[in-house]
Design a binder for this molecule. Structure first.
Ligand code: 9MR
Length: 375
């Protein structure tokens, strides 16, 4: 018994004292010696959205993972109007500056998100009703923010989520103040500030037929105004079943037919049941509903992990098929633990939408995506 213990102890000690070569460094330790950014380097950028802690490099494992796996970064929140420009003459550039530096250090395409968006909008902008005041304010905002990162930003989401599900323009504070001219005005202003950055229109549910038609109509008007627009961002907050591969493909083709690049800008694949049907029932109050809509609190079941892996593989196979049209595929979060999908559309669930698990280890979905490049 004692001898057995001694052998085990020696083995542990040996493992701890092994040379640097044998030591599980960040690459081997995270179980992914080939990286996404290298595997897809001839196809499209592989991006990731970073939260504040990740930008400030607070977790060494995640810092390594981001640098090893991705070659494009987006700020998940810190470059949105209410955060970067909370009041008229106040700008918070500290954290965004760090992201710009991180992108440069790791040779990553720095994507700016976002210049004109009705949500997470500074309160001083959301109260503007006069068209001249709105134009001057948007101009000042774009000049200050895009101007600061000129030369560092690879691309910008100039306008975010301006179209409703039915294809109508959203009745945003910008539309109310300036009419639809705000769209071309924003693109023209951004192009004047940073002529070399690719300028994108970015939105969710971009595969719905009505919305797609509305976006295409809007983009054609922006183009007809003489404004520079370079790309369409399809956010890609998708689920195991929806949208279909065919709907995604039709959308990529139709957006690319505008003469624009396509980017998948905020990819995640929700694996939880869709609570659409619960109409009115407060999920937080009912234990039964909590169980029903939050079924995987103790881990992702094998069959769902496999379903998700197949779904990611199908989607990436499509992206590869259209790699001539796709410039970038960005995941909306580093690992399952920090995804916004744990809190949307229901707060406090345990979701598994990304390629890395809560321990930062690659999931089956990661292997399935990588397998496409190893055939
Ligand atoms: O992931 C972001 C989350 O942390 C914020 O709370 C949320 C607030 O609106 O925004 C999330 O990111 C959104 C992105 O900026 C635009 N497209 C939809 C994303 C998910 O809501």
């Amino acid at each position: 018994m004692k001898l057995k213990l001694l052998i085990v102890l020696s083995a542990v000690l040996l493992a701890c004292n092994s040379t640097d070569d044998n030591k599980p460094g960040p690459v081997q330790g995270l179980g992914h010696s080939i990286k996404l950014r290298d595997a897809f380097k001839d196809d499209f950028y592989i991006g990731v959205a970073l939260n504040t802690g990740q930008i400030l490099e607070q977790d060494a494992v995640q810092t390594d993972l981001v640098a090893l796996q991705f070659n494009s970064v987006t700020a998940e929140n810190v470059m949105k109007s209410s955060q970067i420009h909370p009041s008229k003459d106040v700008y918070n550039f500290d954290t965004p500056d760090k992201l710009a530096a991180l992108a440069e250090k790791h040779d990553m395409a720095f994507h700016g998100h976002t210049l004109v968006w009705h949500s997470q909008l500074s309160s001083f902008i959301s109260s503007i009703t006069d068209s001249t005041e709105m134009a001057n304010t948007l101009k000042a905002h774009i000049e200050a923010v895009a101007g600061r990162y000129k030369g560092t930003t690879y691309s910008w989401d100039v306008v975010n989520e301006a179209v409703e599900w039915n294809g109508e323009l959203r009745e945003s504070v910008f539309l109310k103040a300036m009419g639809e001219d705000y769209l071309s005005f924003a693109f023209k202003t951004a192009a004047a500030v940073d002529p070399n950055a690719d300028l994108y229109y970015n939105d969710y549910s971009m595969t719905g037929a009505q919305k797609r038609a509305g976006v295409i109509k809007m983009v054609k008007k922006i183009q007809a105004s003489g404004a520079k627009i370079d790309g369409i961002g399809m956010q890609g907050h998708w689920s195991l079943e929806y949208p279909s591969i065919q709907e995604i493909e039709t959308s990529i083709l139709q957006y690319a037919a505008l003469g624009l690049k396509v980017a998948i800008t905020e990819l995640d694949i929700d694996v939880l049941p869709n609570p659409d049907g619960i109409s009115g029932a407060d999920i937080s109050q009912s234990a039964e509903l909590q169980d029903e809509y939050n079924p995987y609190v103790n881990g992702l079941p094998e069959d769902i992990a496999q379903k998700q892996a197949k779904r990611y593989a199908d989607i990436f196979a499509l992206f590869l098929k259209h790699k001539d049209k796709i410039d970038r595929v960005t995941f909306w979060g580093v690992n399952d633990g920090n995804s916004w999908k744990n809190n949307f559309p229901v707060n406090g669930r345990t979701n598994y939408p990304l390629l890395f698990d809560r321990e930062n280890l690659p999931k089956k979905a990661y292997d399935a995506v990588m397998a496409l490049k190893q055939e």
